[in-house]
Design a protein around this ligand. Structure first.
Ligand SMILES: [Zn+2]
Length: 128
């Protein structure tokens, strides 16, 4: 599906640049959830060149502006499931931009840290 970004039956494209597109996630985790996807087939974020990374970041900025205008989220979770062990199910890089809303989960503290078992934020040692 990400190898066929030109197929509009598979992809709802919001923004395009030379080497990337921003598409809506097919199974959005929240209102406004999008992905930044390179046109070139790469599996890992680490396969991008520094120039491509800069272009991807520009698109993330543009996407964020659109999402802010349309949905007014209170925050964002930004991430890549890099590798099958990390939960990647489509082997073509996609950078998730997931708008976050107050109360969308009961206790959001720690954010993406909560994908793995670990101490509750109340138990984190205070080192300062
Ligand atoms: Zn691909």
């Amino acid at each position: 599906m990400f190898c066929k970004l030109d197929d509009s039956s598979l992809n709802e494209i919001l923004i395009e640049s030379v080497n990337f597109v921003v598409r809506r996630d097919n199974y959005p985790s929240s209102r406004g959830h999008v992905e930044v996807v390179p046109r070139r087939h790469v599996e890992s974020l680490f396969d991008l060149t520094a120039t491509e990374m800069a272009e991807a970041f520009e698109l993330m900025q543009e996407a964020r502006k659109k999402i802010d205008d349309q949905f007014s989220p209170e925050g964002y979770t930004i991430g890549v499931n890099d590798g099958a062990a990390a939960g990647r199910t489509v082997d073509h890089l996609h950078i998730h931009l997931i708008p976050r809303y107050e109360g969308d989960v009961e206790d959001p503290r720690g954010g993406i840290r909560q994908i793995l078992p670990g101490p509750h934020p109340d138990e984190w040692a205070h080192k300062s």
